[in-house]
Design a binder for this molecule. Sequence first.
Ligand code: ADP
Length: 205
Amino acid sequence: MTVPVVGLTGGIASGKSTVARAFALRGIPVVDADQLAREVVAPGSEGLAAVVREFGDDVLLSDGNLDRKAVAARVFADPTLRVKLQSILHPRIGQLSQQRLAEVPRDKPYAIYEAPLIVESGLHHGMQALIVVAIAPELQIERVMARDGRAREDAEARLRAQAPLERKLAAATYVIDNGRALSELDPQVDAVHAKILSALGGSTR
Ligand code: ADP
């Protein structure tokens, strides 16, 4: 048995990692799918070999790491390639995430699984609850531009490639509004944390 898993999702630059850090500060273990996505294609991994078989070795940097930007540009331009990449990465990320969640100490009340595509892949159905970080698309575009140094058009295209916020909100158990100052996140995280603990109450933890 693993501890209950609470999903944490939201669009690109909505503030998932920022919110995840706030939960981690409250002692809640966080498994980060983006981090796992890097691990499954680490140099020497079987996942990297599978990517190179599909994409060719020009997606390798001279130091043996995957050229993530080159792969991202290619799958962004070609939906068929994107599906192929996902079919390599998703099962491996899924397996590793199960392993990491199973390693969470039993004295933790729950663990957070942070991933951008929880709703799209239907993973929330198997979870205790789902937290969605909400932010208006215009602000999201500004934060993508600021954080990743992208041009507006590029940021807009990335947003269009994702499921709309409404779809994620429809699946949410809890919503955290990150359209305001960072200082307004902590009280919301405290409130959601308390609600999760209370929903879990009655269990023997
Ligand atoms: P995600 O993990 O969803 O991609 P991040 O947590 O990395 O998003 O947040 C995206 C960017 O926006 C980061 O540079 C982060 O520091 C910044 N950010 C997050 N929340 C706020 C906020 N409330 N106000 C201003 N900037 C924020």
